[in-house]
Design a protein. Structure first.
Length: 254
């Protein structure tokens, strides 16, 4: 046996279908059969052949549905924990008098955002989505519709937080060192690695290495050189060799 709620739902469903049948047919088109119990309905607002417009009973937002899914949509209800319409029908064929409510938040990638110039420099895409309910919904839109950009933003934010933690830690170390009377050497700040494809514009020109200085050699003989000219054999001898030592007395003097 059907309950009172089911009877009321069925009565409302029949009323909706009757209302849709009695709606004026745009362009003089005939009614279209649903294929479900032979119920024939007419479209209240047509975007293309075989589709009908219905409105969300809570937000009053219009949505387009295929004609074959109208019965299913008219039976949908809001969940029991819905804050405004728990258990009530979710869709209606009557166009609400009140217009849909639109929020003032935009996608974080919208052109009107103050960060847009920076986003253009690093290559983030642009999104035209507006009228989001609040900032939380805007972030959720970014996460779902722009997942790659959402991930890159989180990575950049994590890097900024990491550098901030390092800076805070260094400040705390410096304070503790001053209290203890200890001098700390400043942490080196690494320079960014230069590009391998271009020279830095402010880099000084490379200097050629200076030629090594060579000491002038002294003439051979008594002045301490290692060779001398022998007067006896008219040859040059090494002072450290055996014959050089024996013929040292025959050295030709300058």
């Amino acid at each position: 046996m059907a309950t009172d709620t089911q009877i009321a739902d069925d009565a409302q469903l029949i009323e909706m279908e009757r209302m849709m049948r009695s709606a004026p047919e745009p362009g003089g088109l005939e009614g279209i059969s649903m294929g479900d119990d032979g119920v024939e309905i007419r479209k209240t607002s047509v975007k293309s052949a075989g589709y009908v417009i219905m409105w969300n009973a809570d937000t009053h937002e219009p949505s387009r549905f295929n004609m074959n899914s109208i019965r299913t949509k008219l039976r949908e209800v809001f969940p029991a924990d819905h804050p405004r319409r728990p258990g009530q029908p979710a869709w209606t064929a009557r166009q609400p008098v009140e217009k849909p409510w639109y929020g003032g938040a935009t996608c974080p990638l919208h052109a009107s955002r103050p960060e847009r110039r920076y986003y253009d420099e690093i290559g983030y895409p642009e999104c035209s989505r507006i009228n989001l309910p609040n900032d939380m919904e805007a972030r959720e839109h970014l996460r779902k519709k722009h997942p790659a950009t959402f991930r890159q933003m989180n990575e950049a934010r994590a890097e900024v937080e990491r550098l901030s933690q390092i800076e805070d830690r260094n400040i705390n170390r410096s304070i503790l060192a001053k209290l203890a009377g200890v001098e700390l050497a400043p942490d080196p700040i690494p320079d960014p690695a230069p590009s391998v494809w271009e020279q830095p514009r402010d880099a000084p020109p490379a200097e050629e290495p200076a030629a090594p200085r060579v000491a002038k050699s002294k003439p051979p003989g008594e002045d301490g050189s290692s060779v001398y000219v022998c007067r006896k054999c008219q040859l040059t001898h090494q002072l450290t060799s055996g014959i050089g030592k024996r013929h040292k007395r025959h050295q030709v003097k300058n």
